[in-house]
Design a binder for this molecule. Structure first.
Ligand code: NAD
Length: 422
């Protein structure tokens, strides 16, 4: 069992996760040995491999940690980041096990990372590096449809997943299930509609659900409606962008600030998320976005006055150093581990409500599960039963019209008759 460090000792990400498990284990009265067995990462692979880039050989380091094989395959993203290490990968793998258990998705937990700043390499170079990394993972038994299935994470997306699937297929041309070796692929290459936005969509659903519980909303000191809530979001990547867009466009919340690497974009009236996203893609930064202020101190963004703070970028963003200055009433952990263990204790004391990562961002792995099943079953959801469902509904409606003598409107007819599809 991990013991709390003394006051001046910095808590690592993995320690932070383990300490939170200790707290949960106390509630369940688990013995120390069992807790240790739950916390321990079963295996960690570290690989180093050379790639020739612009005429020079560069050696890359990557990891894949398997936290628990109690269910197979193990599942978890692969991140490309310039500061990642083994401790971080182990922490993230453990979070995957807990997350899958919480939402009842039958996978064990795993996570991978490559130590790289992807912005320094062009597309072809990243393709070659990903191809080499994937070969290492496959050869060592850390990537396969039945054993270990990666997905996108920080710094990776559909493109990298397609490259990995392609490498796996090249090495296993006779494996009929080759597409299921990774999830988060482009739809035309075996992916599933909705996976790209799934994690952000899940963040939105969790917040919507929270606002259905008036007592909790009142305890957090928030107004009863989600519409009009002032939200600060950190990170405008896959998770942050989709969460921010859905919450502002569909729920009427106001995204008053977006914290990015090099500063904070602020507009108290509410930012147009799609416009900011397009601007950021074009200018590589949100700085200069028309009609909004930009502050270079991104750390201060977390401490802004707001109703809801959604950290959707990195771990350890709210620590003992800044937890006392957070002004949000509700923190929604869209990233993995954005609040450290000691910060969590401070936030509790200050009565700031926290919705935890293993629940908040589980939408991604949930839809990954559907993609994996679809790849293994070799048939799209609803393809067999759709026509049958439609015919049955048509018969029911015809009978209803005959018995009542009333005519069902075209819009209602279409809404009821439409069969399930993906
Ligand atoms: P991403 O690479 O698509 O986006 C990350 C964003 O964070 C980028 O906009 C980047 O510019 C920004 N960022 C990076 N460093 C920052 C810093 N220091 N300060 C502020 N912003 C910074 O990554 P993502 O897929 O959106 O993942 C974000 C988080 O969500 C990670 O913790 C990841 O593990 C977690 N997560 C992702 C998924 C998924 O499906 N992609 C699923 C579950 C959890």
């Amino acid at each position: 069992m991990t013991h709390p460090p003394d006051k001046n000792q910095k808590i690592s990400f993995r320690q932070s996760v383990d300490l939170m498990v200790n707290r949960a284990a106390k509630v369940l009265h688990l013995d120390a040995g069992t807790v240790q067995a739950i916390q321990t990462c079963q295996s960690v692979l570290q690989v180093r491999f050379p790639v020739r880039i612009r005429g020079k050989v560069e050696v890359f380091t990557g990891w894949r940690a398997v936290h628990s094989t109690h269910l197979l395959p193990v599942k978890g993203g692969i991140r490309y980041a310039p500061t990642v290490d083994q401790d971080e990968v182990e922490a993230l793998a453990a979070l995957m096990s807990y997350k899958c258990a919480l939402v009842d998705v039958p996978f064990g937990g795993s996570k991978g990372a490559l130590l790289i700043d992807p912005r320094k390499y062009d597309r072809d170079e990243l393709h070659e590096i990903t191809h080499r990394f994937t070969i290492e993972l496959i050869q060592k038994g850390f990537l396969s449809p039945a054993g270990n299935v990666p997905a996108p994470d920080l710094g990776t997306g559909q493109r990298e997943m397609a490259w990995m699937a392609d490498t796996y297929k090249q090495m296993h041309p006779n494996d009929i299930n080759h597409l299921a070796c990774v999830t988060g692929k482009p739809v035309q290459l075996g992916g599933i509609v909705g996976r790209v936005e799934a994690t952000g969509r899940g963040v939105q659903y969790v917040i919507q659900e929270f606002f259905r519980h008036a007592e909790d909303v009142h305890m957090a000191g928030l107004n009863s409606e989600l519409a009009g809530q002032r939200i600060v979001i950190q990170g405008l990547g896959n998770v942050g962008y989709h969460a921010a867009r859905f919450l502002s466009e569909e729920d009427g919340a106001r995204i008053i600030a977006i914290i990015e690497r090099h500063g904070v974009l602020i507009d108290e009236r509410g930012l147009d998320i799609d416009a900011v996203y397009r601007y950021k893609l074009e200018h590589k930064s949100a700085e200069g976005f028309p009609g909004a202020r930009f502050h270079k101190d991104s750390g201060a963004g977390l401490e802004m006055a707001c109703d809801i703070l959604i950290p959707a970028a990195l771990e350890n963003q709210i620590t003992a150093i800044n937890a006392g200055r957070i002004q949000a009433k509700l923190i929604v952990e869209a990233a993995n581990g954005p609040i450290s263990y000691d910060a969590d204790a401070i936030l509790r004391e200050r009565n700031i409500t926290v919705l935890p990562d293993i629940f908040v961002n589980a939408g991604g792995v949930t839809v990954s599960y559907f993609e994996w099943i679809r790849n293994l079953s070799h048939i799209g959801f609803g393809r067999m039963e759709r026509r049958h469902d439609e015919l049955r509904s048509q018969r029911h409606l015809a009978l209803l019209e005959e018995l009542t003598g009333a005519k069902i409107t075209d819009a209602a007819y279409r809404g009821i008759v439409q069969g399930t599809n993906e």
